[in-house]
Design a binder for this molecule. Structure first.
Ligand code: SF4
Ligand code: SF4
Length: 282
């Protein structure tokens, strides 16, 4: 039986979710709670409370006879009212899809894409779906990438890793207490994943979101670089230094200062001194 996942959205063409032009699939549900999350409506599964139904200005939402919220995509005007009124960190604008149904949507882009990237939420919470989807993609010669917060141990899913060309891994803070402050969880699994993926030559990219008001970003980048640099001898991988931006962030966390380009360049300089030559600042 084909495994189903709750799909938040599929972006047919993306040039920022891995190498080349790719179709990006975003799954619903996450296992941490980052204060600067740009898609806070992807954190949890809908509990069908119905609070958003009456608020929809165009009647795109209704409560089905099965007690579940139904979304009529063709009526939706993407006003985002539903996600703003939701108190559960969720969205009614999702589809429950099998890997095969999801792949049918990917397949339409095949002449124009190099591969598929699955993100979230946290896509590693639905590993069997990922495996089935990636096997279908591989049959058509597409490359397969996972965008992950690193909170699920990759070593528990060797078959999935076999079907995966690379992982883009977030290190949201290097210090475990600071990681807990940023995300609500310690980062022991994240760092173990970074090492494991590097050793398996599956670490494509490590990402650090820079929020100077939230954690000691210079110390974190320095310690992260020192930790990761030895793995460059095994396998080349990229570091992405990402500026915090308030777009989509919940109001209570949207006051953090956006770091300057000069500061991001300074952090990249630290990484360069540690031996990294593939650094992207965005
Ligand atoms: S985003 Fe769509 S479903 Fe949500 S409230 Fe607006 S129109 Fe309705
Ligand atoms: S999306 Fe949120 S508000 Fe709407 S039914 Fe689901 S849990 Fe309730």
């Amino acid at each position: 039986m084909e495994t189903k996942a709750v799909v938040n959205r599929i972006i047919p063409f993306s040039s920022v979710d891995g190498p080349g032009n790719r179709t990006a699939v975003f799954l619903q549900g996450c296992n941490i709670d980052c204060k600067y999350c740009h898609n806070p409506e992807t954190r949890h599964m809908c509990v069908d409370c119905g609070a958003c139904v009456e608020q929809c200005p165009v009647g795109a939402l209704s409560m089905g006879e099965n007690g579940k919220v139904e979304w009529k995509e063709d009526l939706c005007v993407q006003c985002d009212t539903c996600i703003h009124v939701c108190l559960h960190g969720s969205s009614p604008r999702t589809h429950v899809m099998t890997a095969g149904e999801t792949y049918e949507k990917v397949k339409k882009q095949i002449p124009f894409i190099r591969g598929i990237t699955v993100s979230g939420g946290e896509c590693m919470l639905q590993p069997q779906f990922l495996l089935e989807l990636f096997r279908l993609a591989k049959e058509d010669g597409l490359s397969t990438m996972i965008d992950s917060n690193g909170m699920v141990p990759f070593q528990d899913y060797p078959e999935l890793l076999e079907a995966t060309d690379g992982v883009m891994l977030d290190i949201k803070a290097f210090d475990r207490e600071e990681h807990k402050n940023v995300t609500g969880a310690y980062n022991d699994i994240v760092l173990a994943n970074a090492e494991y993926l590097a050793q398996k030559s599956k670490l494509f990219e490590v990402r650090a979101v820079i929020v100077p008001d939230l954690y000691d970003t210079e110390k974190s980048v320095r310690q992260m670089g020192a930790f990761l640099a030895p793995f460059l001898k095994i396998h080349k991988f990229r570091i992405k230094v990402i500026a915090y931006r308030p777009m989509g962030v919940r109001e209570i966390y949207s006051h953090y200062e956006v770091p300057s380009r000069d500061y991001l360049e300074y952090l990249a300089g630290i990484l360069r001194e540690q031996g990294f030559d593939d650094i992207i600042i965005i």
